[in-house]
Design a protein around this ligand. Structure first.
Ligand code: AMP
Length: 589
């Protein structure tokens, strides 16, 4: 995109060019169906074979959306009345009668009859469900809550808490974030000593939020990348969890904590982190493929508190009964998106079924995808979702970054010029700093006939779903969202991210622009920068320079002026030493 208007200009006045360039469904019907998650795999089939077959047979377009509601997923069926009715009936049949997908099975899904009965997998879901209740009827007692809020945390105002929290959808009261190590672990002096030894200065944003949540026994989904400090976020509460169990350590059989990670390297890395903070003689052990299983089993049998495993080897141990899993009460699935991408979903499910349902579950992932949402819906209980950015700059290299230095009054017109200049196939995510601004921009877009939808926490779930559907199926191509909501949206093919309001910290900037330029594609980010944002000017210059992007003169000027002003401020020693409290200041990002 350039700033010059071009022939692809859309949405100006009565311009209808944009809509006509989209797939026209006006002569077609759309049916929406909520299908239980457990049937989704069957509907999609191997490599999408079943869904393609269904589309061929019925001549309807069937789309499994990423909309989940409890244990159900929204399926969209589009086409003529006959086609949508036919597809609808088949889909309902699958759900209610567990019928074959297509009335007349087509070759692609016919299974070749086997001479001998198929060899039974050691894990049979139905059998497991039948025996699950019995197996877990009398599980060993566990304790999950260890948190006592520090008085300084209790005294934090709502304004400060709101500024720190990066949690979407707070449907239940959750613990306030901490700002220091002391506030999180004042009841656990040994942990404070370990942190001091490791020479860490401040908790990272995910740690500030995760520690109170995890020490309160909640399930948590951390949307965070490597570099965010996510591992320490789940490791320290794991120590306290192990140490705080009512059954004495000597009487427990098998580990209390299981951490599953996608690769051998990550397993080793996590184990290093565990060993570095060594707490009250807690022991850990790595388990991964490619090395002698017997040696690993022997190590396990000596008795360990934490087992860190890859999903494949973990399954082998479960299959052969090498591991007593009855006492595992704290489970971490680290980088679960990678594990799902690597095809480990069946192994992860087996692990989940083998562990007591009353466990505490922590999931971390760099992205929030439909597959992850389904997994989380089924295997976590009311999880709190914490989303943070990171300063891993590799994400920024596939994005053309532009910074526009302006004042508030100029910004709006430049912004709408940019939107008008978008090409018909562009998909734009506009991120605003508040709900009010999101609503305002949204109304202005509607007035200017720009095909847009908006989404923020104040909207009903249905409105949010509709907005996501519209952007996914191309009905709208501009999504206007608040910063918090934009973090959890999983929208592929975003070509442009526009930071209408500049983010509060640079980790958030990196995260936001990483919404485009994914999967080997390139993307563009355009960030408006006003004098209000000048505290971030130097850091932004560094990021732009690192990625060989143009640095506007106005940005350098703001950086210099901010620097000078700070120096003067320090010299005068009249003004308060502390800057305005931002997440960056609090957490050192
Ligand atoms: P992770 O995102 O968990 O992979 O952590 C990345 C690196 O940051 C690891 O080397 C951690 O030891 C380190 N780290 C974790 N927490 C902090 C912190 N509060 N301050 C500085 N470094 C940290």
């Amino acid at each position: 995109m350039s700033y010059n208007r071009n022939e692809n200009k859309r949405g100006n006045g009565n311009n209808t060019g944009y809509n006509s360039s989209r797939k026209n469904f006006s002569d077609k019907f759309t049916k929406l169906l909520w299908i239980e998650n457990r049937f989704i795999g069957k509907i999609i089939g191997k490599g999408g074979a079943n869904i393609k077959q269904l589309e061929r047979e019925t001549e309807a377009r069937v789309q499994v959306t990423n909309q989940c509601d409890g244990n159900k997923t929204l399926i969209k069926v589009m086409g003529s009345i006959e086609a949508t009715n036919k597809a609808h009936k088949i889909l309902e049949k699958i759900q209610y009668q567990a019928a074959p997908l297509i009335p007349k099975p087509a070759p692609v899904i016919i299974e070749t009859p086997q001479k001998s009965p198929p060899k039974k997998d050691y894990f049979d879901l139905d059998e497991c469900l039948k025996s699950k209740e019995e197996y877990w009827a009398r599980p060993p007692e566990i304790k999950k809550t260890f948190y006592e809020e520090h008085p300084d945390v209790s005294a934090l105002t709502k304004k400060i808490v709101d500024r720190i929290m990066t949690i979407d959808y707070i449907v239940k009261p959750i613990a306030k974030p901490v700002l220091t190590f002391e506030q999180a672990f004042y009841n656990y002096p040994d942990i404070l000593i370990a942190l001091k030894k490791a020479k860490l200065e401040k908790p990272t944003p995910i740690q500030c939020q995760a520690w109170p949540i995890l020490l309160s026994g909640e399930d948590m989904i951390g949307i965070a990348q490597t570099g965010s400090g996510k591992r320490l976020a789940f490791v320290l509460p794991a120590f306290i969890h192990i140490d705080g169990q009512t059954t004495p350590k000597e009487e427990r059989r098998g580990p209390a904590v299981l951490i599953v990670a996608p690769t051998r390297e990550l397993v080793i890395e996590i184990n290093k982190e565990v060993k570095k903070y060594e707490y009250r003689g807690i022991t850990s052990c790595c388990v991964y493929g490619g090395v002698d299983r017997k040696k690993q089993v022997a190590a396990l049998q000596e008795g360990v508190d934490i087992i860190i495993a890859t999903p494949g080897r973990m399954n082998d141990l479960m299959k052969l009964g090498d591991l007593d899993m009855k006492n595992i009460s704290y489970l971490v699935l680290d980088e679960v998106d990678r594990m799902l991408d690597m095809g480990f979903e069946p192994q992860i499910k087996r692990v989940l079924y083998g562990i007591r349902p009353t466990r505490q579950t922590v999931i971390t992932s760099a992205t929030w995808t439909a597959a992850l949402r389904r997994l989380a819906d089924s295997y976590t209980k009311d999880p709190v979702q914490v989303c943070v950015g990171s300063l891993d700059l590799t994400a920024t290299h596939s994005v053309k970054q532009t910074c526009i230095v302006s004042n508030e009054s100029e910004k709006e017109e430049i912004f709408f010029d940019l939107l008008h200049d978008m090409a018909p196939n562009d998909k734009v995510m506009v991120i605003c700093g508040s709900k009010g601004k999101t609503d305002y921009i949204s109304v202005e877009c509607i007035m200017r006939r720009l095909p847009s939808v908006s989404i923020h926490r104040g909207k009903e779930q249905k409105e949010r779903e509709q907005a996501i559907n519209d952007i996914m199926d191309g009905t709208a191509s501009i999504l206007i969202a608040t910063d918090v909501v934009s973090r959890v949206l999983d929208i592929g093919d975003v070509t442009h991210v526009i930071n209408y309001d500049f983010p509060n910290n640079m980790a958030e900037y990196v995260h936001r622009i990483g919404r485009t330029g994914r999967a080997g594609k390139t993307g563009e980010s355009i960030s408006f920068f006003t004098k209000e944002d000048w505290a971030h000017a130097s850091e932004l210059i560094e990021i732009l320079e690192e990625a060989n992007q143009e640095v506007p003169k106005g940005l350098c000027e703001l950086a210099e002026r901010y620097d000078k002003r700070n120096k003067k401020k320090n010299e005068d020693e009249e003004l308060p030493k502390r800057k305005q409290l931002t997440l960056a200041d609090l957490c050192g990002w």
